[in-house]
Design a protein around this ligand. Sequence first.
Ligand code: 6R9
Length: 637
Amino acid sequence: MENLQIKTFAQYKKAYKKSVKDPETFWEEIANTFTWHKKWDRTLEWDFRKPEVKWFEGGKLNITENCLDRHLEKLGNKTAIIWEPNDPDEESRYISYRQLFVKVSHFANVLKNNGIKKGDKVCIYMPMIPELAIAMLACARIGAVHSIVFAGFSSAAIARRINDSECKMLITANEVYRGSKKVNLKEICDKALEDTPSVESVIVYRRTVEPTPMKEGRDRFWFDELQKVDKDCPAEVMDAEDMLFILYTSGSTGKPKGMVHTTGGYMVGTTYTFQNVFQLEKNDVYWCTADIGWITGHSYIIYGPLAAGATTVMFEGIPSYPDYGRFWEICEKLKVTHFYTAPTAIRSLAKQPLKFVEKHDLSSLKVLGSVGEPINEEAWHWYNDNIGKGNCPVVDTWWQTETGAIMISPLAGITPTRPTFATLPLPGVQPALMDDNGEEITNLNEKAEGRLAIKFPWPSIARTIYGDHQRYKEVYFSTYENKYFTGDGSYRDATGNYRITGRVDDIVIVSGHNLGTATIENAIDEHEGVVESAVVGYPHDVKGNALYAFVILYDQTEPSDQLRKEIRDLVSSTVGPIAKPEKIQFVKSLPKTRSGKIMRRILRKIASNDTSNLGDTSTLLNPEVVDDIIGGAVITK
Ligand code: 6R9
């Protein structure tokens, strides 16, 4: 890959031009730098109208051979993963590429020994411990499809995801440490498993010594299983288009979308973007603070960094434990060079006294990254000034679960940065800014605002929604003819730099977590006192957005704080604690259009306490309710 690494802005421009003029040759050259059992037959086949995208079809490979085996000769003793525990007094773990290779192969045999074969789906619900990385790579080693569910989700959310893709196995841990708290994951899993007929076996890693109830015939301990198998596990040969994993993301309906990523294109896309955006050098230590349960963790803690032979840090804890200096303490301790986090974390740390930063030597840092939501100007400057000391390029990386890899971002130290701008598309990415009439705004020399679409496939695009190709087509390929629609609004300056302004659909990003408002409404509506509800986002200092629920009650239901608590608890148990509405207002009715649709635009304005101009309300069936709601609004500022 060395010679394909972009080092200057002129090289970026050249690579970009080539990637547009001849995308196939461009990506072939990159794909050629990986280990394949057999070269592909066709580089790209695509039709966004169907939609269908295939990259490197007929090519045979295994992604773990690219993340592990091929590094053994030169990098065998290099640290692949540094694990930093929740408790700073517990020891960090350093796992070399050779050790990781052995652990992955060994655990892959556990999967096989428990009846898992190529194509089977395995749900992983684990805390941020190395065994999570080992479990996911072990799946990939034998061609099983992992479906990782963030270990903060509720039993009901796990069950929904397991059932959607009919997972045969669940891998979990008994407990997880999260700051000063301990959460019993196994208990949450047991509850989920009451309603998941496809799961035949459960593997439990013991993170703590607490006694763990196990179900006879179904549950097995990780360590016991390892004793039964040997350590040698040749990699399953996969087609480039074979499924690598499913990862669920929120949608505009109540049902989560299982985004399907395949093997070859995903590997090429994540590795290429990792190397070029972050510009890692040989002995660098890279730390992405995301959870592996999200796409950022998949692509930029595990697959991208390991395929690139980097040292990647995994952190089990939270930024505020034992105090708000924890991130900076770890940067100092591990001599982190590349630090990649989310705006919500930056905003919450920026609120703390600077002494938490100043206590620590951050001189090892070279590059700072941001991902997950728009970064506001203040947070950008705080990050740049206090963490980067004005010396570290800040890469604001825009991408999505669906895109698999970073799409729009500066290349560290190469692309001129501009606060709050994700700047320019990476080579291979062809954005299109769309106006209100659905036409592309093509003049790159004039500033413009619109919705963001992509007009040509890139290797790591998700291929479908698991089990629902029709929905994939409707959500991403029906808004604009022959283009992928991102769901994001965007502004472009007169030099072609993009700023992502936020979601234009019914998804709200709270503390970096994507939440579909429909899922939360469904949960609220399950309360026996509730007729109907509407949930919208409103700006929040730290979380980026918070949730505001407008709830209609049955006549006989008494509005009360107790009821608010019950509604929050219900959301917490059906969706997860992160989805709890900050504000709940009981209303008589909701503003609806003549076709019966809730006019969320108006509710968003009310929730944001911005009611001076509500825009056109003439299509409302019941305009009189608007004043009633404003009169009773829980004021947010
Ligand atoms: C990687 C990830 C995707 C949505 C995306 C957008 C928002 C992500 C951003 C950003 C502004 C950035 N988003 N990165 N907005 N600037 N640098 O976060 O994937 O969880 O699927 O979320 O996040 O709205 O559409 P995912």
